[in-house]
Ligand binder design. Sequence first.
Ligand SMILES: O=c1nc[nH]c2c1ncn2[C@H]1C[C@H](O)[C@@H](COP(=O)(O)OP(=O)(O)OP(=O)(O)O)O1
Ligand SMILES: [Mg+2]
Length: 197
Amino acid sequence: MRLVLASGNAGKVIELEQLLADSDVHLVAQTQLGVSDAEETGLTFVENALIKARHAARATGMPALADDSGICVDALGGAPGLYAARYAGTHGDSAANNAKLLRELDGIPSERRQAYFIAVLVVLRHADDPAPLIAEGRWHGRILDAPRGNGGFGYDPLFLPDGYDVSAAELDPALKNRLSHRGQALAILQQRFAELA
Ligand SMILES: O=c1nc[nH]c2c1ncn2[C@H]1C[C@H](O)[C@@H](COP(=O)(O)OP(=O)(O)OP(=O)(O)O)O1
Ligand SMILES: [Mg+2]
């Protein structure tokens, strides 16, 4: 089964390809097919994932998988949340986003730095599919005082997963994929791939 992966984020593409490496799902990244990024106008992760999947399915005529994700920080009322990719103003500027997150949490002690990553994955069989497959995962932890590690992407250097003494950027990639919001959501979705036409 060939699916277009409706994401322009190289970190996500690597993780999702790895997660599906042993399956019969073959992902083709939308950038390889010349598909532009969709405008993320939704007010929820589900809406944005649907918008992205529909955009890629429409452009390619292929079934599509999309991931909308973010990080929600309790002490910030859930921010950056849905707006994680554009938290500091420029879409996808991880260095600026991470710096802003550290600034916003300046002086807040570690016991009040709880946060979770969330990912919503959507599969549309075609652009007008009225019955998308949808799965969600959440990964709990806290925000560090300073970045640690070079792996992963995005907010990983600032995220200390519950139960671990290393940041998400210091975890072995395969372990991150087993634990993460994205890995959890994909495990749920895979149980349903069999339903795909
Ligand atoms: O495992 C993760 N480790 C670190 N950071 C993460 C993770 N998962 C999501 N994130 C951050 C990246 C981005 O700041 C935002 C997602 O934003 P989101 O719009 O879903 O993705 P994006 O714009 O980078 O790519 P695209 O929309 O083309 O899939 O949350
Ligand atoms: Mg995005």
